[in-house]
Design a protein around this ligand. Sequence first.
Ligand SMILES: Cc1cc2nc3c(=O)[nH]c(=O)nc-3n(C[C@H](O)[C@H](O)[C@H](O)COP(=O)(O)OP(=O)(O)OC[C@H]3O[C@@H](n4cnc5c(N)ncnc54)[C@H](O)[C@@H]3O)c2cc1C
Length: 644
Amino acid sequence: MKVVIIGGGIAGLTLGILLRRRNIDVVINERSVGIPARGHAFLMHNDGLTILKELSAENSGALPGRQIDSFSLRRPNGSVIKHIQLQAWQCIKRIDLIRFLYSLIPPEIIKEDRTFSHFIYENEKAIAAVFSNGEVEYGDIFVGADGGNSKVRDLTVGKVKFTPIGVKEVVGVTSNTKKKSKSTPNAFIKFQNKTNGLAFGMIPTTGNEYVWFMQYDPSISDVMHGTPEELKSFCLKLLKGFPTAVTDLLEGNDFASTYVWNTRDFDLLPTFHKGNVVLVGDAAHLALPFTSAGTTNAIIDAEVLTQSLESYPDYEEAFRNYYSLRAYEVSNHITLGRELKTLFLNPQNQNDDDIPVPLIQGKEDSAVAAKKKLIQVVYFTDPICSTCWIIQPLLRKLYLEYGKYINIEYRMGGLLPSWENYNKGKIQQPSDAAKHWEEVCVSHEMPLDGDIWEEDPLPSSYPPSIAFKAAQMQDTYKAILFLRRIKEMVFVEKKNIIKWEYLEKAAFEVGLDSARLLRDFEGKAKELFVEDLKLADQLGVRSFPTLFFRNGTAQQFTIKGFQPYHHFEEIIYKLLPHAKKEAVNADPQYLFSQFNSMTNKEFALLSNIAKDDASRILNDLFKRGNIDKYESKNGVIWTSKFVS
Ligand SMILES: Cc1cc2nc3c(=O)[nH]c(=O)nc-3n(C[C@H](O)[C@H](O)[C@H](O)COP(=O)(O)OP(=O)(O)OC[C@H]3O[C@@H](n4cnc5c(N)ncnc54)[C@H](O)[C@@H]3O)c2cc1C
């Protein structure tokens, strides 16, 4: 079988490389001569990077690009309205990516200076591609990888109706800036107007170089492809009032190599093929650039099409399979791009909290899935409750073994309003808490360092409880990660978690928007916390942890304080007699993929091994660089460094 690829961009080159690795005969036909330099740089998602990483592992060449680990959305006056961690994005210059792909394919496979003109057909089947220089390439399968304005698409599945241009984008790359990328390491920063459709984004590529873009609503003001000076003065005029970081960057930019893009898309096609001609990348589907999904999708298309051709001897079946695997995802990106465009053009109608991150997400709707679980648990806890800390290993085991049945709803109980008139049994002052934590540590083998109560005692547990409610307002799943993280800080790292610097750090680390967390912390989260306290009162919660288990009938069971694991199991079987326990995969990499950090006790319990064995395995993993450790006076927290 011989595959003729038309277009030697991201999709065409990746497909060529992947097919050749399956020993399929390939020719790539590109209209440019030499490595095409057009285009600047893009953000790429891990889904596409993983495919490229495999290619670079097979070859000695390193994958180019720079990891982007945070996104910050700001107003032109500098106020931060969103600040989140990114885990799966890399900024790659187009020219570097194309060079990387070229390095993986023998030069004779790429035929340059071939602008596709038309196909020659025989019995309604394409047998050759004809190029405007008169050259002809015969083959069995033809792939249109010729970008958004694909001629192959026009001549096969038909002309598409592009949406009108609602947003334009000026894109440039500059390294001549006063702003050193060291001061904003690996951060994607976007300044967005609140009153109209205007934004400026900057992403570091290498060293002190940035790719920047200005997105604008052309109804505010517009520029045709004028001289570099006209383009520069247009950008500076529109961005008047934006921070100096923006104007410095523009001042140092070479506008001779800066483009104005007309952003547009088209509806999802009903098919990506006709006969033996199939489309990939932007030729097959086009989403607005707000999603930063184009390159990732082009690479995934190449991978999925290669796998389909390998799995189905009949090429039309392979093409149908390829469509069925790709259509749903790309149509979501088209929809997301349009939603982001509407929001961009109408920023006045928008609450800051509702502004979406302008990137594709792989997030499932965990809130909906949680509500469908057969056993609903209401868990009253507190960030500084030591018994809640020592039942963490049990709750994690419960999650792995019975997680498909159970949803735990976290409520705050308000353990320590203040030390004034505080009288809970043995504990009446911070020094009592110090002593208690040291005792609990010994009897339950979880690390707790009571010295915090001597060195920097918390005056109240209310602020971190309110911060947890603020976290829940964003994402119930990430809120649980946040709670875990602040518990590690207070129990093991001796950090006073009423301090905003620690709450913010924890939020950022677990992927929450720390800027929004602060707004909610000072706003609605307090009300939600008060609601939790009222509910605790109504339900007679007097100590922590208290867990109420229900199954949708009138039956309810309660666990108070520390209880052995089999008590939890007994309740599950009373509520759900046919429940089946999942066997836990004890592979350390798997366990660390489920829980980013673990104590020795947790690892031992989840792996079902003795604590000494757990300690030995964890130390070996540490020596091999798979995990990191935080050592406290009373024990260790191990953190995953496994590549996900
Ligand atoms: C302003 C802007 C910003 C973007 N930002 C991002 C981002 O941040 N992240 C991201 O992932 N994507 C981004 N993209 C999209 C990304 O650039 C494309 O989705 C990606 O390049 C698609 O790959 P492709 O191979 O399908 O098309 P291309 O890479 O465009 O390749 C098509 C190739 O076909 C060749 N060709 C065209 N016509 C013919 C012909 N008749 N005969 C022969 N050859 C032909 C072209 O020369 C080109 O080499 C952005 C796009 C724009 C416009």
